[in-house]
Structure formats: structure tokens, C-alpha cells
Design a binder for this molecule. Structure first.
Ligand code: HEC
Length: 425
């Protein structure tokens, strides 16, 4: 999902033309750049000449579609982004009902989502407008304005140049979409758990969490053991974390187009888990990243829709045993296609099979996530390999003492150097 294109219809999604016929340059660009967010890779490694030959060859699959000449699309004059433009863009987004498919905040969770089908008869998901790097036709302003003007042919994504009030609304909409998210994600390599003396709030929307450092972590479909997941829905989880003397708390944010408890047949409960080794040691040996194996278990701090936060021990994805008696708590909120979750636990392990979190120690961590609404459960999940998190050292008075001491020592050293130089002279 999406399937490879059937060329015999001669329908092309990504065009810079006002009619249905793509320019040769459009096909050339797709072969060169690939299609982000799909399995179509870029073929820039092929010599130019070969790519142009491929363009000519692909056209022979649907000769009738290319009888008419392509008609270059004229985009309205560019309007740069400003507060007024963004306001107008947002108004248009609501007035033209983009949200019916793309959702109120653009996270692909609109009410029409389940019914959307493409010309080839397959379900097609609306784009998540907060993740521009997954746009099939590219993430630049011109790319986006072109998609809005002439639509994504063969899909329910309509052309808007004729339905906006004024042609420049295309640019207001484009500016608005650009404001919804970064062009590219900035993935973290290390997750920092900040130290605090305050209580750790349960509420995922608390001011405390808005100020915490956010680490974006990419997830992949699980394709090692059956049943596999080739179309993972959850491809990014943002982690914030903090600890105090007694507790550690993890704040997770991820997009999921529907809040699902599951019927147990086609849909399952949405879920997420953080995985740690059961003991954190200085050794570089870690359990098998896919929920451990027969010889080495992993510890899971997890949440499931309907069940809440819990702990488990796993010896592989098919051997998960809940851990009883732990003091875990947490709270979840779901709004406009996004989950925000806090999971809390004692910092020092209470009971077997649970790690203790110590400051300044590199602690292995991995994530697994399930979109139950898309039929994900068991090994049909999104996951990461091992990452590291590190509890920041508690703030001490040292940070107020050290800088002045360094400054005094530096001055003294300079004084000695100057005096030695004067003597020598
Ligand atoms: C009827 C449903 C529907 C409506 C209404 C709709 N879209 Fe879409 N949109 C889609 C679908 C489906 C796709 C994904 C097409 C694909 O991936 O092949 C999409 C894709 C997109 C893309 C990504 C294009 C790319 O290069 O991948 C953007 C940007 C976008 N829509 C913006 C908008 C805006 C802005 C509006 C309102 C002016 C809007 N859409 C209205 C269904 C819709």
C-alpha cells in the first residue's frame, strides 16, 4: 500500500500539467526522485539517457493516453507566507473541507478516510499534512501548490484551481500546509531524560511536558517474523522523559488516524510499548531487539487502549507475561489523530525483572507500536532497534561554582605569563 502503478490506464498522479497528460519531464522526475512514503525508490543511479528511454517505454503501455499533448499548468503568482496568508489558508482549509479527508489538524484522520478508494480500486489514505516528507510529489512549496492546483489524478484528491475563491488561495493553502510541520524530521540519536525536583505530571497536556526536550524516533514495519507488517501506520514516535528521586516518566506522542479498542477480528486495541533490558549493566550485550528470546528476556512498560498502563516480561513476541504488583500509572489523551501518553514508574525497581534507572548510565531502549484500527496486533507492529536513553545528572551547585573558579584561574595564568614575558625582556 500503495500498490505499484498499473501503467495501462495511462493515469499519472504527479503532473505539472493542466490536463491529464503528464509532461515527459514529470515522468523523468518521478523515476529520478522516486515517490516518498511509498516503496518506489529513486533511480538517480541510472544514466540520464536510460531514464529518458524508460520514460519513452512506459508511455507505450497506454498509447491512447498520450495522443493529446500535455498542457503546461500555469500556477498563480507566488504569495509568500505571512500571518495574513496563513489565516486565509486555514479559512480555505475549512471552507473547502480539506479536513473531511485530511483531518482538522491535517493528520489524515478525517471522517471520509475509511471510504477513500483510488481509480485502481484500492483503498488510499489521505496524506498526513504534518509529515511533508511523505508527500508523493515532493515537499517544496511549488510541488505542493502544483498538487493543490491540479490534484492527484487517479485518487480522491481533487484539483482545486477552479474551486478556490481566488487563484492566489492556492498559495495561502500551500503556506498553511507548510506551517503544519517541518520539511524533514530531525531524528534523535540519544533520548535525554531530564532531572527535576518537581513532581512528574500524569497529564500529557501539562505545561511541564511542553517544555521538555522532544526526541523524534523513526519506526519501521516488523518484517522478520510472520505475520509481518509491510504497511506500518505508525512511523514516528516523539519521546519526552523526566525523572526525580523516586519516579521516572515517559511522555510519548504518535499519530494514529483512529482511536480503536478493537473487535478482536479485523481491528485490535491501539497499543505502544517501551522495551528495556531487565537489568541495566555496563555490558554492551543486549537482549534480542525483537522482544528478547528464549535465553534473555526484556522488560516492557506498555499501554493498551482499554487496559491502560502495565508491565510485562517477554521472551520473544509470542511469549509475553504480564508482571504483577508494579506501581505503574499513566494517562492518555487522543485528539485529532494523535495520541499523547504518560507512563510512570518507580525509578528504583520494585520486584523482579524490572530495571532500575540510574543517572548518567547509557540505558538501552526500544519502541513497539500498534495501530489496531489498521488490523495491527501481535507481530504485525511498527518497531525500532535498540536506542539509548540517558538520565541527565541531577543539577547541583557545581554549575554555579565552576565558571567563576575557571575564570579566576585563567586570569591568574595570564598574569603569570605576562610577568614571565616581562622578566625575560
Ligand atoms: C476527498 C478527499 C480529499 C479531499 C477533500 C482533499 N484531499 Fe488531499 N489527498 C487526498 C488523498 C487520498 C491523498 C493521497 C493521494 C496519494 O497518496 O496518492 C491526498 C494528498 C494530498 C497532498 C499530498 C500530495 C502528494 O504529493 O502526495 C496534499 C498536500 C493534500 N492532499 C492537500 C489537500 C488540501 C489542501 C485539500 C483541501 C483544499 C485537500 N487535500 C482535500 C484526499 C483528499
Amino acid at each position: 500500500m500503495p500498490k505499484p502503478r498499473d501503467f495501462t490506464k495511462g493515469l499519472y498522479k504527479i503532473r505539472t500539467t493542466a490536463n491529464k497528460v503528464p509532461m515527459d519531464q514529470d515522468l523523468f522526475k518521478i523515476i529520478t526522485d522516486g515517490m516518498p512514503g511509498t516503496s518506489m525508490p529513486p533511480w538517480a543511479v541510472l544514466p540520464d539517457k536510460d531514464r529518458w528511454n524508460l520514460v519513452a517505454y512506459i508511455k507505450t503501455f497506454a498509447p491512447d493516453a498520450f495522443k493529446e499533448a500535455p498542457k503546461k499548468l500555469d500556477l498563480p503568482k507566488d504569495v509568500s507566507s505571512s500571518e495574513t496568508s496563513l489565516k486565509r489558508g486555514k479559512e480555505m482549509f475549512e471552507a473547502i473541507e480539506c479536513h473531511k479527508c485530511h483531518g482538522t489538524e491535517g493528520r489524515a484522520d478525517g471522517p471520509s478516510r475509511p471510504e477513500l478508494k483510488d481509480e485502481w480500486g484500492f483503498p488510499v489514505a489521505p496524506a498526513n499534512l504534518t509529515k511533508r516528507w511523505t508527500f508523493r510529489g515532493g515537499a517544496s512549496r511549488t510541488d505542493i501548490a502544483t498538487r493543490l492546483a491540479n490534484g492527484v489524478l487517479g485518487t480522491p484528491m481533487p484539483a482545486f484551481l477552479d474551486s478556490v475563491e481566488k487563484p492566489e488561495d492556492i498559495w495561502h493553502l500551500t503556506n498553511y500546509i507548510v506551517s503544519l510541520g517541518p520539511e524533514r524530521p530531525r531524528y534523535a540519536t540519544l533520548i535525554t531524560v531530564s532531572a527535576t525536583k518537581d513532581a512528574l505530571p500524569d497529564d500529557p497536556n501539562a505545561e511541564f511536558w511542553k517544555k521538555a526536550t522532544a526526541s523524534a524516533i523513526p519506526l519501521m514495519g516488523q518484517v522478520i517474523v510472520d505475520p509481518r507488517n509491510f504497511n506500518p501506520v505508525i512511523d514516528l514516535v516523539t519521546i519526552r522523559a523526566a525523572y526525580n528521586d523516586t519516579e521516572v516518566a515517559f511522555h510519548l506522542t504518535w499519530d494514529d488516524p483512529s482511536e480503536t479498542k478493537g473487535d478482536g477480528k479485523q481491528t485490535f486495541p491501539d497499543a505502544i510499548s517501551l522495551q528495556f533490558p531487565p537489568q541495566i549493566t555496563a555490558s554492551t550485550e543486549r537482549p534480542y531487539f525483537l522482544m528478547g528470546d528464549a535465553s534473555e528476556a526484556v522488560y516492557l512498560l506498555r499501554w493498551q487502549q482499554g487496559k491502560g498502563v502495565g508491565e510485562a516480561s517477554a521472551n520473544g513476541p509470542a511469549k509475553i507475561a504480564p508482571l504483577q504488583g508494579g506501581e505503574v500509572s499513566g494517562k492518555v489523551v487522543y485528539t485529532n489523530g494523535q495520541y499523547r501518553l504518560v507512563m510512570k514508574r518507580p525509578r528504583i525497581a520494585k520486584g523482579e525483572g524490572r530495571p532500575t534507572f540510574q543517572p548518567a548510565v547509557f540505558t538501552p531502549v526500544a519502541i513497539q507500536a500498534w495501530d489496531g484500527g489498521a488490523g495491527e496486533s501481535g507481530t504485525r507492529m511498527s518497531l525500532t532497534s535498540w536506542y539509548y536513553l540517558r538520565l541527565e545528572e541531577p543539577q547541583s551547585n557545581r554549575r554555579f561554582v565552576i565558571p567563576p573558579v575557571v575564570a579566576i584561574l585563567t586570569l591568574a595564568a595570564m598574569f603569570l605569563v605576562v610577568r614571565a614575558a616581562n622578566r625575560a625582556r
